[in-house]
Design a protein around this ligand. Structure first.
Ligand SMILES: Nc1nc2c(c(=O)[nH]1)N[C@H]1C(S)=C(S)[C@@H](COP(=O)(O)OP(=O)(O)OC[C@H]3O[C@@H](n4cnc5c(=O)[nH]c(N)nc54)[C@H](O)[C@@H]3O)O[C@H]1N2
Ligand SMILES: Nc1nc2c(c(=O)[nH]1)N[C@H]1C(S)=C(S)[C@@H](COP(=O)(O)OP(=O)(O)OC[C@H]3O[C@@H](n4cnc5c(=O)[nH]c(N)nc54)[C@H](O)[C@@H]3O)O[C@H]1N2
Ligand SMILES: [Mo]
Length: 567
């Protein structure tokens, strides 16, 4: 996030798109609701009538993938109607003229024609967001010197934006909208991705990506690579880019990758097109899985390494607002399970010896996780001032480059990291697999409140299993009627990759032509249906949010399950 979580409560306008905030970020969603109760406007742009919609001033409901028309039209309107923050644009940005040209053709009328959403609503969304208009009450930021007053607007987004074959473009588009309204570098504004796992932010910060070293230093930058290598007792590090998750699986299938060490992931259920994933994993010469449970992927492994869970070890998590926080163990790990870093530390010297790396004796003998943080600070400029002593209490928000630096809760204050903020013209691009006669519906996948991903952890909980014991697909009554499907009846969902059977929930939560299935259920694995051929060209993320399917009746009515997922 560019800004902090608590700032959301003071925003004048909140624009949520591609985030099922109350189900996937329930704690943070209270900040949104709190702001709305104090008079903030809330715009939700989402193909489903998700629970946060009940607090919304405006809900725009395009089909999956059609949001691009609305974003472009909103920019068109902001420029056409003069809702721009002109001083911000002239002083802090570049390439505005190029961008203006790129949205000229996307009139609200054209976007309305393409999406079925009335032009008036798109105009309302553009004005509310750009001007930061409240529905009642006064802004805590109001300054009588500036007229007309421009409120503080914030954008919250998540996987509905990024899990797309044009995800990077869409994020650029949200940044373009924020720059048009001058909603960056001030409190309660920003472009705020709500990150997923407890420490996904930390994993990326520390180089858990195939193209960067710790602190987002490109592996292709020779000087930076050398500095890090020297701290690690080596003369240099590999300069070529690694493979991303989906590329790895594809490389395993062709035999280019021969061995894989999977730590804390369950690709047999979470990667796209799992039929492919299974044949790829079976094709490996050697598969190691390091996990806290014997998940579906571990069942294919040659070696399974038992890891300690988060409550059984110390360390740190970096959350979605870039806050680095200490983690304390509350129970001991069972059996032979060890913290991940100790497992790696025990195996790494043996691997290095076989590879012929020459490291000082005892190089991998970290005495504690605090000592690892000392090394992190040395090789990661944005964590340069971080130590365990300083993390006690509230933690620290990076960038925190030096031991006396207090952290940076708001990014881009006064200046962007690259200097001027650049407007990126974005092209119209729709999901790779479009519905046709044979597969007339769009499947979109995601989460429900009561379960976490592939269910390795949450489906072991009796309480959660009682509330949400099994999966279901959300179907609009119009599409259900086509095949004589009733609420709670069984149905096949069929894509070009495979088919799964599950229970139907017939309601207008999804629009006609759209079905929603979450990927928590191994009995009806959503990723048997998704495709892995269309990746975002930059982030290489698969298009989990849209593929073409059809429904087939099983002629079984089924019984409605009690207590099944009030979410
Ligand atoms: N309960 C629970 N919470 C979780 C998780 C969990 O498994 N369970 N997982 C965590 C993780 S790792 C992550 S990444 C986050 C994910 O958090 P979210 O991204 O909020 O969750 P999703 O359910 O993947 O879907 C996001 C929203 O995108 C919408 N959407 C679908 N297609 C489109 C589209 O074309 N355009 C737009 N604008 N929106 C679209 C969906 O309707 C949905 O409301 O959740 C985290 N929190
Ligand atoms: N169709 C579809 N597919 C999706 C998505 C979607 O929206 N739709 N979302 C995608 C997203 S955003 C995500 S983040 C992925 C998630 O996909 P995965 O990360 O593959 O799913 P999880 O079930 O969270 O798997 C985590 C594994 O880590 C283990 N684990 C937990 N704690 C520890 C630990 O401390 N150490 C070790 N070694 N292991 C541990 C758990 O037991 C579990 O087996 O799924 C992706 N797949
Ligand atoms: Mo995620």
């Amino acid at each position: 996030m560019t800004n902090s979580i608590h700032e959301i409560r003071d925003a004048d306008c909140i624009f949520i798109t591609g985030s099922n905030t109350t189900e996937a970020h329930p704690v943070l969603s209270y900040e949104v609701i709190r702001a709305v109760k104090k008079g903030a406007t809330l715009i939700v742009l989402d193909p489903r009538r998700i629970p946060i919609v009940k607090h919304a001033t405006l809900h725009l409901q395009p089909k999956p993938g059609a949001d691009i028309y609305l974003f472009l039209a909103m920019a068109h309107i902001i420029i056409r109607d003069g809702f721009l923050d002109e001083p911000f644009i002239s002083q802090r940005t570049e390439d505005f003229a190029l961008f203006e040209q790129s949205v000229k053709a996307m009139t609200p009328e054209r976007a309305a024609l393409e999406t079925g959403i009335p032009a008036k609503q798109i105009e309302q969304a553009a004005r509310l967001y750009a001007m930061g208009q409240r529905s009642f009450g006064s802004s805590i930021y109001e300054d009588s010197q500036t007229a007309p007053y421009r409120g503080h607007s914030t954008i919250l987004y998540a996987m509905g934006i990024t899990q797309r074959s044009n995800g990077t473009d869409l994020v650029h588009m949200l940044a373009n909208l924020a720059m048009l309204g001058g909603h960056l570098g001030k409190p309660s504004t920003g472009v705020n991705p709500l990150r997923g796992q407890s420490n996904v932010q930390g994993a990326c910060d520390l180089g858990g990506l195939p193209n960067v070293l710790p602190g987002y230093q490109p592996v292709t930058d020779a000087a930076k690579r050398k500095t890090v290598a020297e701290k690690w007792g080596l003369t240099d590090l590999p300069a070529q880019l690694g493979l991303t998750v989906v590329e790895l699986t594809q490389a395993a299938e062709t035999g280019q990758v021969k061995a894989l060490w999977v730590m804390g992931e369950n690709p047999m259920l979470s990667d796209p097109d799992v039929t492919h994933v299974e044949s790829a994993l079976r094709n490996l010469d050697f598969l190691v899985v390091q996990d806290i449970f014997l998940n579906e992927t571990a069942q294919l492994a040659h070696v399974v390494l038992p890891a300690a869970a988060s409550l059984e070890k110390d360390g740190s998590f970096t959350n979605t607002e870039r806050r680095i926080q200490l983690l304390q163990p509350v129970v001991k790990p069972p059996g032979e399970a060890l913290p991940d870093w100790q497992i790696i530390g025990a195996i790494a010297p043996k691997v290095e010896a076989r590879l012929g790396h020459d490291r000082p004796d005892g190089y991998w003998d970290y005495g504690s996780s605090a000592q690892i943080m000392t090394e992190i600070a040395e090789v990661t400029p944005i964590y340069g001032g971080v130590s365990y002593e300083r993390l006690v209490g509230q933690g620290l928000v990076w960038p925190c480059p030096t031991p006396d630096h207090l952290g940076t809760p708001i990014l881009h204050v006064g200046q962007f990291s690259r200097g001027l903020g650049r407007f990126y013209p974005v092209e119209l691009h729709l999901p790779a697999e479009q519905p046709d006669e044979e597969y007339p519906l769009i499947l979109t996948t995601g989460r429900v409140l009561y379960h976490y991903h592939t269910g390795t952890m949450t489906r072991r909980s009796d309480g959660l299993d009682w509330i949400a014991p099994r999966g279901y697909v959300e179907v609009n009554p119009v599409d259900a009627e086509q095949i004589g499907l009733q609420d709670a009846g069984q149905v096949w969902i069929v894509s070009r990759r495979g088919k799964v059977r599950t229970q139907a929930r017939v309601s207008d939560k999804v629009a006609a032509g759209v079905v929603f299935l979450s990927f928590h259920w191994k009995e009806a694995p959503a990723n048997r249906l998704t495709q892995d051929f269309a990746l975002d060209p930059i982030a290489k993320i698969p298009e989990y949010k849209a593929c073409a399917v059809r429904l087939e009746s099983t002629k079984r009515k089924g019984k409605k399950i009690k207590n099944s997922g009030a979410g």
